[in-house]
Design a protein. Structure first.
Length: 277
């Protein structure tokens, strides 16, 4: 009998290598940012997409290997969008022995009512979801909220903020909410989307449809994604280099006077006075 309920039978050696790579990268991100500690209750936000399924699977794999004890609760927000199959996620989670909570909130109708046809729904949709997620985490006693954003998401967000918000910021691997009541973690921060796609294809997850977010054709994020994919094709490794730059910041070589005290920067005293020689 397979000891890991998430792992399919008869998988290839290459898949096992990929899985071990993803588990290692997830574990490193968790350790580097101290994402999960002993006795934590981690609420995994499960949308029904490849990223959140992969996050859930990898966290369960790490739970078996980790020297600490932590709990995992999957949470899905049923936004009442048409065609959303309500039984798929409960069936999947029950089959794999996962504790879960399904929250039904008709945010779909709110978004469709407030946002004109043809406009992107992300801003309102994400605010509504965020508020519900934070509330549910408090209700169930979860002190960590795990999201399935990966390395590509983080780099894309960096460029989105730079191009359209005039800010150098991205999705941090670990975040304290504005009200300081929730800690949000992104354990897939070191993993590239292409590896998640390969992994999820073999895992054969029951992917859930969504026509609110990434399916919108006019999203600026899709244009940024296309730009990054083009760069990566021209020069493999560029995505990783950009991500590494987010971990290696030199404030003195930027131009933010709030981040670095340029005004009081003084010239260094000369080591030698050549007039004495």
């Amino acid at each position: 009998m397979n000891k890991d309920p998430f792992l399919p039978t008869n998988v290839s050696g290459n898949f096992i290598k990929l899985r071990n790579k993803l588990i290692s990268a997830t574990g490193k991100a968790i350790a580097d940012f101290n994402m999960i500690e002993d006795k934590d209750v981690v609420m995994v936000c499960l949308s029904g997409g490849k990223d959140s399924y992969t996050l859930l699977s990898l966290l369960f794999a790490l739970k078996k290997r980790a020297p600490i004890d932590f709990s995992i609760i999957a949470m899905n927000l049923d936004q009442k969008q048409p065609g959303f199959p309500e039984n798929v996620l409960p069936d999947y989670l029950n089959t794999h022995g996962v504790d879960y909570k399904i929250i039904s909130e008709d945010t779909y109708s709110i978004v469709k009512e407030k946002i004109p046809e043809g406009k992107t729904t992300c801003s309102l949709c994400s605010r509504l979801r965020r508020g519900i997620i934070y509330r549910v985490a408090r209700e169930i006693g979860a002190n960590k909220i795990a999201l399935g954003h990966h390395k590509n998401d983080i780099v894309e967000t960096f460029f989105m903020n730079m191009f359209f918000g005039s800010k150098l910021k991205s999705m941090p691997p670990k975040l304290l909410s504005d009200d300081q009541t929730n800690v949000v973690i992104r354990p897939l921060a070191y993993i590239e989307e292409k590896d998640i796609i390969t992994f999820s294809n073999t895992m054969n997850y029951p992917i859930m449809p969504c026509n609110l977010c990434g399916s919108q054709e006019n999203l600026q994020r899709n244009k940024v994604k296309s730009m990054l994919n083009s760069w990566e094709k021209e020069q493999p490794g560029r995505l990783n280099n950009i991500f590494q730059s987010l971990m290696n910041v030199e404030p003195s070589h930027l131009a933010d006077t709030n981040l670095y005290d340029f005004k009081n920067l003084k010239k260094l005293k000369k080591v030698f006075d050549i007039s004495n020689h």
